[in-house]
Ligand binder design. Structure first.
Ligand code: SF4
Ligand code: SF4
Length: 504
């Protein structure tokens, strides 16, 4: 057992407003320079939708992440470093700027310098790449809030998802809407995007600072590394040669190429803030207060086996096994022997992310089937009840809600609906418990004690900042050193690193 520490994040999607504050604060902090105009280290997607960059989940197109060979060994889907070098001058898997969007500004000056004209002057769009006038045809949130269900229909997660089908729904529709011909949403029926069937949710995304990062393994220059002390994945701007192999290799498309500097850049998890005990800027400014950050202890020796789990639906469960119990004396001893400071072990024992992921089993990773073992996890969202013919006590369960369980399963559990059902029904139990406490309804029948339901309510609904974020200061840097590192050394500022991943 070799124990290391990982700073991780959990996002409670039930509370995301889609306000994009996280994206804007991140952009102001990290990507407000020339060459980074199109980059959003943090972005918020409306789902169903195609995301940013467009179609990023289509790994048949981008060949991102890892695949399992018949031998049981992992291989980068896009080929090993040697194969990738052969594609240096022609690589069809490289996203183009149109897959993101062509950044633009407006001729604002014409509004003030225009002479007297018959019509009001117009600030026309101009490309930030070429300086030429342009027609705007796509942007980073073009399909925000389901703007155009034609785009939403292209969401690849809809391909295998089926609608929720509560028993009363068919009758309600037939009776109320006169839709006698409405076909029941049975097994195998595709989700429809007709007005009455629409559903949506927001999906905020950052780099996942994966335990088995494909970006690290794909980099021919060794410029991308995972810091030993906190697991943050960084790109050394000194070492990066601009080969761009990391861009298609990341299945989440969270590495970006800076066309001005000729180097790749990515989310840094705001490491100077982490080093001074602060959460990332996206988490700290989140209007919905839905982000949680803390330390996880994990067993390095189990990482490769977890990433190599044959059944894609079993990968997230194997990840739970990689995350070690910080209260186990053997884990604590191994952590200390491996150089994890006492303050970090204490932070892991009081970690809100550990509680959400492992103790309470409320969070899942995004697309664990890509086998990078992402360390940003999500609490799947509840949604309005589809319909209810007969009043009965309590709230609906997962299968009666508007967002189809099978759709959420495509995102968070490789298509297995059971973990989604289990989590949503636990969230329902928290609400029923609060109704029992406040208005005297019966306590929910579930496997959680009232004390646990109370604790879940406090953390999920009303947690203070210090409860949502338990980020210990860096073992190696004081606040001044951290800020100095940011100023003088660019994005990659760690002396220690974990290079390579587990296979190439
Ligand atoms: S999401 Fe994972 S693979 Fe992608 S850039 Fe981040 S660490 Fe690398
Ligand atoms: S700031 Fe928070 S609530 Fe707003 S879009 Fe981002 S994650 Fe959602």
């Amino acid at each position: 057992m070799r124990i290391r520490a990982q700073i991780s994040m959990v996002m409670n999607l039930d509370k995301c407003l889609g306000c994009h504050t996280c994206s804007i604060t991140c952009k102001n902090a990290w990507t407000n320079r020339k060459g980074t105009e199109y980059m959003y280290f943090n972005n918020v997607e409306t789902r169903p939708g195609v995301g940013y960059p467009r179609d990023w989940e289509n790994q048949d197109r981008w060949l991102g992440g890892w695949e399992l060979r018949d031998s049981g060994k992992l291989r980068l889907r896009g080929g090993n470093k040697a194969t990738r070098l052969l594609k240096l001058f022609y690589n069809p898997e490289q996203p183009e700027v149109d897959d993101y969007f062509e950044p633009w500004t407006y001729d604002y000056e014409t509004l003030t310098t225009s002479g007297r004209t018959r019509h009001q002057p117009v600030a026309r769009p101009r490309s930030l790449l070429t300086g030429d006038r342009m027609e705007i045809e796509w942007g980073p949130n073009w399909d925000d809030d389901l703007a155009g269900t034609q785009i939403a229909r292209q969401d690849p997660n809809l391909a295998h998802a089926t609608p929720n089908a509560p028993a009363s729904l068919e009758d309600v529709r037939a009776a109320v809407d006169g839709m006698a011909a409405y076909a029941h949403a049975g097994t195998g029926e595709r989700i429809r995007m007709d007005m009455q069937d629409l559903f949506m949710k927001y999906l905020p995304r950052t780099c996942n600072h994966c335990l088995n990062p494909a970006c690290v393994a794909a980099c021919p220059s060794g410029a991308i590394y995972k810091r030993e002390e906190d697991g943050v994945v960084l790109i050394s701007q000194d070492a990066c040669r601009g080969w761009r192999e990391c861009v298609p290799a990341c299945p989440y498309k969270k590495v970006f190429y800076n066309w001005e500097t000729g180097k790749s850049e990515k989310c840094t998890f705001c490491y100077p803030r982490l080093e001074s005990g602060q959460p990332t800027i996206c988490a700290d400014t989140c209007v919905g207060r839905l982000r949680y950050m803390g330390v996880l202890l994990y067993d390095v020796d189990k990482v490769e086996a977890a990433a190599s789990t044959r059944d894609p639906q079993g990968i997230w469960r194997a990840m739970l096994d990689v995350i070690a119990d910080p209260h186990d004396p053997a884990v604590v001893a191994a952590a200390k022997a491996g150089g994890v400071p006492d303050a970090w072990v204490a932070a892991a024992q009081d970690s809100p992310v550990y509680r959400l992921i492992k103790e309470w089993g409320l969070a899942l990773p995004l697309h664990a089937e890509y086998r990078t073992l992402p360390m940003v996890w999500y609490v799947p969202p509840m949604s309005p009840v589809l319909s209810r013919l007969e009043a009965r006590p309590g709230l609906a369960d997962a299968d009666e809600m508007r967002i189809p369980v099978s759709y959420l399963a495509e995102l968070f559990s490789a298509g297995d609906p059971e973990p989604i059902r289990a989590i949503i029904n636990r969230l329902v139990a928290v609400r029923l418990h609060m109704r029992a406490r406040e208005v005297g309804d019966p306590e929910p029948a579930c496997d959680l004690s009232p004390e646990t339901l109370d604790a879940m309510y406090r953390l999920l609904a009303i947690a203070r900042r210090e409860d949502r974020f338990r980020v210990p200061t860096s073992p190696v840097a004081s606040r001044d050193e951290a800020l100095d590192a940011q100023r003088t050394r660019g994005f990659g500022a760690s002396a220690t690193s974990l290079k390579g991943g587990f296979s190439a």
